[in-house]
Structures are given as C-alpha cells and as structure tokens.
Design a protein around this ligand. Sequence first.
Ligand SMILES: [Zn+2]
Length: 321
Amino acid sequence: MLRVALVGFVLAWLFGPYALRSAVPIWLPFLIALGLELQFFIGALRAAPPRRPDRGPQAVDRELYGYADDTDELLLVRDGDDELWIPYRGETHDEASALIAEVREQAEEEQAEPEPDWEERHPPGPPIRGFLAGLGVIGALVLILWIVESHTGWGGLDAKTRAAAEKRFSAEASRIAGKPVTIRCDDAGTRVGAVQHADGVAVVGGNVAYLTPERCFDLYRLAFEGEIRSSRTARALAVLAHESWHLRGVSDEGTTECYALQSGVDIGVRLGLLAENARQMMRQQLTENALRGGASLEYLVSSDCRDGGRLDLHPDSDQFP
Ligand SMILES: [Zn+2]
C-alpha cells in the first residue's frame, strides 16, 4: 500500500500539474517512504523473539505441556534416552512418578505428530525480504526519476543550447536592468528550487540572477521552439522580469511584481508572443496575484498597480499591463 502510494506520487510528480512539483520537493516522499520501510523492518525484527540456544525448556515447550504460566520450577528427568521436563512444586516421589508418566505420554503423542520447530513457524525471511523489496521499489523509482529528468526538461538540453538560452534571457534582463546582467539557470538546484521554494533569486542591484530550471525550460520553449504553455509560459516571463527589476535596484516585492507584469508583455513579444497574447497572459498573472495570500502576501501588488496608477510604467497608454 505504501509502495503503491509512492509510485503514484512519483508519477504524479513527473507528469502531473506543475503546482505539485513546485510545492513538494521530490526527495520528501522518498525520505518518508524510506523511514516507514525502516520502521516496519525494525518493528518486524522486534516482534520475532530471539532464538536462545540454552538447554532449558523453551517457551514453546512450556506452552506445549500446558505449563506456560503457572510453572514454578521445572525438573529435568532422564527416562532412558529421553529428557523430560517436569513441573515440580515439591511433590512426593509417587506424585512425581505419576507426573513423569503423564508428561512422557504427552511427549509420545507429540512425537507422532511433531510440532514444527520455531524456525519453520517463524521463518527469518519475511522481515528482511520485505525490507529489501521496499528498498528495491525505492531504488527503481529513483532511477526512473533520474532517467526521465535527465532526458527531459532543461537538464535534457545540451550544454551549447543551454548556454545560448541563458545568453538570450540575460539580454532581455539587461534591457530591464539598464545594465549588462547575467541570468543563470540553476540546474544544480543549490540556489533556487526545491529547498528555497522560489522561482528565482537575485540580489537587489546585483549583476546575476538565478532562475529554476523549470522556468528556464518554459522560456526556452517559447523563445527557441515557439511552444506556449499558457499559464506556465506566463509565469516564467513574469519571473524573468521580476528578477530583472530586482537587478535594476527595486527591492519592494509588490512594486517589483507590478513592474514585472508590465515588462513581461515586452519580453513575451520579443521572445515570440503576439502582443495581444502577451497582454492577456500578464493580465491573467495580475488577476492571480490578487487572489494570492498567506505566505506570498508580500508579493501582492498594491492598489497603485493599475492603469494610470503610480506604478504604471506607461501612463500615457490606456492598456494595462
Ligand atoms: Zn522578488
């Protein structure tokens, strides 16, 4: 059940909506799955009693003879070649003899139908086998994930293409920043992405900004393949513009985002969108911005972000963004 859930999640993460990918770092479900497998394994090990090689009667034998709980002392009696364990509570010799006979009878019955020994009833296989199977599933999923990720998306592009794309994005960012700046696609995932939960990162007034590989790939598809993925393309344009405005020196997030959604139209057109499409996309982004809340509240644009408002970059135009 756990493994089915993990497989389902990985498939959804790989091929499902982008929101899932950006909301949950992929290592998290693997970590949880690994932890649960370990817990099951350790739990199974604890449940199985350790085998004691001592020569006294085993719990199994005590149960067998019906003295599981009330045995005070057991006496080893040799009867010919057999060894018998007799519960002894200070009986007289005769009583003890009767007991010996009784136990012996039981032992003979037992021999006719031998009880499977501990090893057979509790084979040592299942816990470790189950654990190894779990590790196998996790390992296979990691491999699939790695293959799919390295052959698709930004990571699947060759180095030359990626360099050309970064150069193109940098040129667009430089126009907004008003100085030569560099856009890097952070394929190592060290600065943006899974850990930081951000689409991009830039130092205010700096010269370099980093975008997630996902955003870079959406920009690449638009600029180099002419592929448009509606809201994903729109978001990627907005992120590139947003970081560019930070590089220009704007620090307030709401103001930066307001400028970015206006500049996103220009970038979109230069990367191949029709002007009307580009405007429509940025308007959509503006609408979504208003619906945001919670953690991204600081990115909320102010009421000045409107046609003719204080943040309107083109006050003479009646189009916004
Ligand atoms: Zn920002």
